[in-house]
Write a protein that binds this ligand. Sequence first.
Ligand SMILES: [Ca+2]
Ligand SMILES: [Ca+2]
Ligand SMILES: [Ca+2]
Length: 304
Amino acid sequence: MAAVVSSTAICSRAIAADTIFELDAGADRETDGVFVFDTVPSNSSTDFANGKTFTVLDGSPHDVSGTIDHLTDGLGQTNGDSCCGPDSESFFAGPAGAEDNLRIQLDLEVNVPIAEINSYSWHNNSRAPQIYNVYGAMNPKNNAPDFDAAGFQESADLTALGYTLIASVDSMSLGGAGGQVGVSITGDVGTYRYLLFDIAPPTWQVGTRATFFGEIDVVPTGPVSVPLKITEFDHDSELKTVTLTWHSTPETSYAVKYSSNMEEWDSDLDDGVKADDGDTTTRTFDISGLASASGKLFLRIERN
Ligand SMILES: [Ca+2]
Ligand SMILES: [Ca+2]
Ligand SMILES: [Ca+2]
């Protein structure tokens, strides 16, 4: 029951965001992938970043790091040395040789007014501390699809590329006990589509560069308006069903309409689909007998 908990606020003249961080080094640390701290929120599977895409811009993950999608799969690690291989719950930086930091970018797909950025790591020993700068951008230069990695070397001027520094995190002061580390950045974070994490190794790990990150969450200040769009479509010709996934806002109702000629949209498959939690909704509909003589059927989603 020797839970070691401390939290520290970092104040900076230039940065409006507030940062707190906390270490749980107790023997009763959660092992179900959901970390619980006194002040830092638990990692989430329904935050706005969940399921979104991280890209490595500079540096490289370790040979035996888990894949980067583990940062947005909802869960922290289930043990204190989650290693090794692509299925490992930990994402961590590459070994010695690269002097530059690991830079990873999260694409939130739309501009999001951000209330919280929360990051989580767990290592039993020296690879738990988190040291990074996080930057935000709405429309940065040198981005997909023409991304040039050379433009993100250590010397790159991130401000010139359109990034604004949101916060600087350094949890080294929590000490070397190992454990679960939670970081929460709040306050005047800003509105951004892209977040760039410029990650340094724990200072006693320089040369091996390997904080074991388990999850990074982004919590908006309120509902985010996402352009209505069908993102997945699956037609089962034997069952005569279609399964649609579309961008949606929780607590919102949608009508799923159909037409045989793209002119009349009076008919619906469902006039009141209540959105799922998260930012997409998926439903399957029976469309047997609905296609026109030409075999065509058009579908569209309307927000009620
Ligand atoms: Ca705990
Ligand atoms: Ca998450
Ligand atoms: Ca995870």
